[in-house]
Design a protein around this ligand. Sequence first.
Ligand SMILES: Nc1ncnc2c1ncn2[C@@H]1O[C@H](COP(=O)(O)OP(=O)(O)O)[C@@H](O)[C@H]1O
Ligand SMILES: [Mg+2]
Length: 269
Amino acid sequence: MNDQAFSSVAPAGGTGAEKPKMTARDVRVFYGAFEALKGVSIDISTENVTAFIGPSGCGKSTFLRCLNRMNDTVAGARVEGSIALDGRDIHDPAMDVVQLRARVGMVFQKPNPFPKSIYDNVAYGPRIHGLATKKPELDGIVEQSLRRAGLWDEVKDRLADSGTALSGGQQQRLCIARAIAVNPEVILMDEPASALDPIATARIEELIDELRGRYAIVIVTHNMQQAARVSQKVAFFHLGNMVEYGDTREIFTNPKQSRTKDYITGRYG
Ligand SMILES: Nc1ncnc2c1ncn2[C@@H]1O[C@H](COP(=O)(O)OP(=O)(O)O)[C@@H](O)[C@H]1O
Ligand SMILES: [Mg+2]
């Protein structure tokens, strides 16, 4: 992959307004004949954490998977519409999908560390992407990634232990460190705390806040309190549509659409 293909669009100077990191326009997803996503358009910026909320089955995960082309791996899934990263179409044949998934990392609902050491879980990506040539360099990336994921102090004396031996919350932070290790620009999190206890959940939420601004973060959550705590922007999905998008405070206190209001007031779940 040449670097040129990934050179970002020059930022608009002096306006103070940040260009969106990702833009999606009229994105539709079909599973066979079933239209699971019915034309979603949104901008994702680095300055805000964006939360996708909505009842189960409304298309949150389906849309999240569009953003790093994970639906390519889903049998029968077909994606229409346009999605750009730094203004470049992610479906362009020149787009290397392995590179794309490093730039747009993903953290899943169930922590899924590799059955390898803590060190190797984090070092794996930098190794295959050739981000470090010497051991001290790789050590540095591993340490910095674990620090950013808020896990370094807990694991620095046991880096050779298996990642799968950690607690659930630690495993999830290890998965975040693994995503961070390849210098992502966007981190997608699909219900990252739903398998965790309240203390581990709080730790993940704090971490998301610490990472805000450095990476564009999108979190899917069915927990509205969590969306209110961690996000600045909310997109409400219902039956494959993005019904409403706006500032988190506004969505939760003054939704414009009746379907959003019904959802946040708990009329359906
Ligand atoms: N691999 C798949 N094959 C067929 N249908 C799917 C697949 N994945 C999701 N769906 C359907 O697409 C819709 C949206 O699912 P999903 O994106 O998982 O919703 P959410 O994450 O909001 O719960 C649902 O009706 C679901 O059953
Ligand atoms: Mg889902």
